[in-house]
Every structure is written in structure tokens, then in C-alpha cells.
Write a protein that binds this ligand. Structure first.
Ligand code: PRP
Ligand code: ZN
Length: 296
């Protein structure tokens, strides 16, 4: 392999997704120089260059092949595609990352007589998401005026810039503190790994390698290693309770004919009620431990 070739990934410089995205790369064993002011961080132990940019700019970095991968909210990618599909059609959502969850919603001031989408007919709606909002309104046969704002959308009704708004909602606190009520969810969003149409075979291979590490990190994060002692004659019942584990290891316990040790990787959450059910089936000494890395 040509040792000069490097994969390039764009992630958000600051904001909601920035820390989680850097942590994800770290968990994949990728070491980066720590400076946040730089646009570009080169990894010393993986052929990866990390571009730290505004999330709004990430789709353009991918479309122009400055980067082959990007981590961004689905809301950002889908908005760009809604506004200019020709330019961004080749960008593919490869992997949901499970963080940065939010939704794009329509919200109306308290006291606004809202009775379904028809109430928005002829109204003025402030948003930073004119592509997604426009498509949603068109699909629902509503004609309304869209006022585009870059930020502080939530103040638009109070300042009479608009009747209602369409903005991202995460905790809902911004809506509450501005006297707004959420009425319609246009899009559920989370951070995704986005890929462009990678032409170079070696770069594609690097990309596959990084993706398989990310998938392994995700699996490990949701998996637990569980150890317990089980009465030999309730082994079948115990196995049935273990969540998402294919073939547990069963070992003899020294000096005991009636008990065995059971070790298993559970790929689903192990909750208190699971543990209580195991105990009710005769298990004891139940230990649940996190898994740092796993690779099949
Ligand atoms: C988003 C959105 C709301 C806020 C909602 O803004 O525009 O203002 O988050 O979050 P909440 O439901 O948890 O209150 P963001 O902080 O991303 O900054 P921006 O407005 O500058 O885009
Ligand atoms: Zn905001």
C-alpha cells in the first residue's frame, strides 16, 4: 500500500457534536494532537487527517472531496440536500452514531390557535431550515411564507418577524423559555458518519478499516460481560434469561456438582430486572462488567 495516502475526515470544531466526535476517534485508537485551534490534525498512528470545521461546511468538504468522511447531524446533511440535491446527492449516511439526538420541529406561541397543519396556511414561519421546512409544507399542501434566520429563531414570534417557528429541539428548554409549544416534528436527527463516493481503492480500504473500528466501539459500548454461578439443573432457564447472548461459556465449579459458572457476552443492556430474574432462577454471584474492546 502507498504509505503516503491518507483518509480525511471532517468533524465539527465546536458545538454539540465536537467533543463526542473526537472521543469516538480516540476510542478507535486514533491519536491526535490536542490543539483545537488548528483546522487540521494529523494522526500519528493511523493514516487519517482530521479537519475541524463548522458543521454547516462539512457537506461542501465532502462534495468537493477535500474530505471523504464527515461526522454531522442528519439535520445539516438533509437540509443541504433539500436545498441543492444536485451538489450533495452523492453523500451517503453510512452509520448512525447514537449521539447528538435532536428533532426539527414546528412550534407556535402559547395562545396560537393551532388545529393541525392547516392552521399554518398563509402564516409566516421563521427557520434556519428552509429546505426541509419548504419540502414538508409542500408535501402537506400548505403555502406559507418562510423567513430564513441564521440563529435566534426562537425570538421571531415575540419580535413579530414571524407567526411561528421551525427549529431544532433537544431538551425543549429553549421553546419553554420563549413561550413556544412544539406542534409537529419534521425530522428526527442524530449524528451520522457520512461518506462521499470514494474513487481511490486504498482510501476506500482505510475507510472500511475506520468504519469497522467504529462499529466495534459501538458494539462494545452496548455490550456487557456477565458472570454468574448457576444451579446445574436451572442452566437452561438461566441461559434463556441472558439478553442477546449466543453461546455462553459454562464451566465446572471446583468441589460443586450442583453448580456451574456461566460467562457470557450480552449484546443488549443488562438491567436490574434481568439480574433479578437471573437470581429468581437460582443464579448467584452475578457480576456485570463493561467491555472495553471487541472484535470478531
Ligand atoms: C439549537 C436550536 C435551539 C436550541 C434547542 O440551537 O436552534 O436554539 O438548540 O435546544 P434545547 O431544546 O435543548 O433548548 P444551538 O444551541 O444548536 O445553536 P444555534 O441556535 O446557534 O444553532
Ligand atoms: Zn438556537
Amino acid at each position: 500500500m502507498d504509505s503516503e495516502k491518507r483518509l480525511k475526515i471532517a468533524i465539527q470544531k465546536s458545538g454539540r457534536l465536537a467533543d463526542m466526535s473526537l472521543q469516538l476517534l480516540e476510542k478507535c485508537g486514533i491519536q491526535l494532537s490536542k490543539s483545537r485551534d488548528q483546522l487540521l490534525c494529523r494522526s500519528q498512528n493511523f493514516p487519517l487527517d482530521v479537519f475541524l470545521v463548522r458543521d454547516d461546511d462539512i457537506p461542501a468538504f465532502l462534495a468537493t472531496d477535500v474530505c471523504q468522511l464527515g461526522v454531522l447531524g442528519q439535520n445539516v446533511l438533509r437540509e443541504k440536500q433539500a436545498v441543492d440535491n444536485g451538489k450533495f446527492v452523492g453523500l451517503v449516511e453510512e452509520l448512525p452514531l447514537g449521539y447528538g439526538r435532536c428533532r426539527l420541529s414546528i412550534a407556535v406561541p402559547q395562545g396560537f390557535a393551532y388545529d393541525g397543519l392547516a392552521s399554518l396556511q398563509g402564516k409566516t414561519i421563521a427557520t434556519s431550515y428552509k429546505g426541509l421546512l419548504g419540502a414538508y409544507l409542500t408535501a402537506n399542501n400548505i403555502s406559507a411564507d418562510i423567513v430564513t434566520m441564521e440563529g435566534a429563531v426562537e425570538v421571531a414570534p415575540r419580535t413579530h418577524l414571524a407567526d411561528v417557528i421551525c427549529d431544532l429541539v433537544s431538551t425543549g428548554n429553549t421553546l419553554i423559555s420563549n413561550g413556544l409549544v412544539e406542534t409537529d416534528v419534521i425530522l428526527q436527527s442524530e449524528a451520522v458518519l457520512v461518506k462521499n463516493q470514494i474513487a481511490d481503492a486504498e482510501i476506500a480500504q482505510l475507510c472500511d478499516k475506520l468504519m469497522s473500528r467504529i462499529k466495534a466501539v459501538q458494539r462494545a459500548a452496548q455490550s456487557r460481560y456477565i458472570m454468574l454461578n448457576s444451579p446445574t439443573d436451572s442452566l437452561a432457564a438461566i441461559k434463556a434469561v441472558l439478553p442477546g447472548s449466543q453461546s455462553p461459556t459454562v464451566m465446572p465449579l471446583q468441589g460443586r456438582d450442583d453448580m456451574v459458572a456461566v460467562h457470557a457476552v450480552c449484546e443488549e443492556g443488562v438491567f436490574w430486572d434481568t439480574m433479578e430474574e437471573l437470581k429468581a432462577n437460582g443464579a448467584n454471584s452475578i457480576l456485570v462488567v463493561p467491555i472495553e474492546k471487541m472484535l470478531d
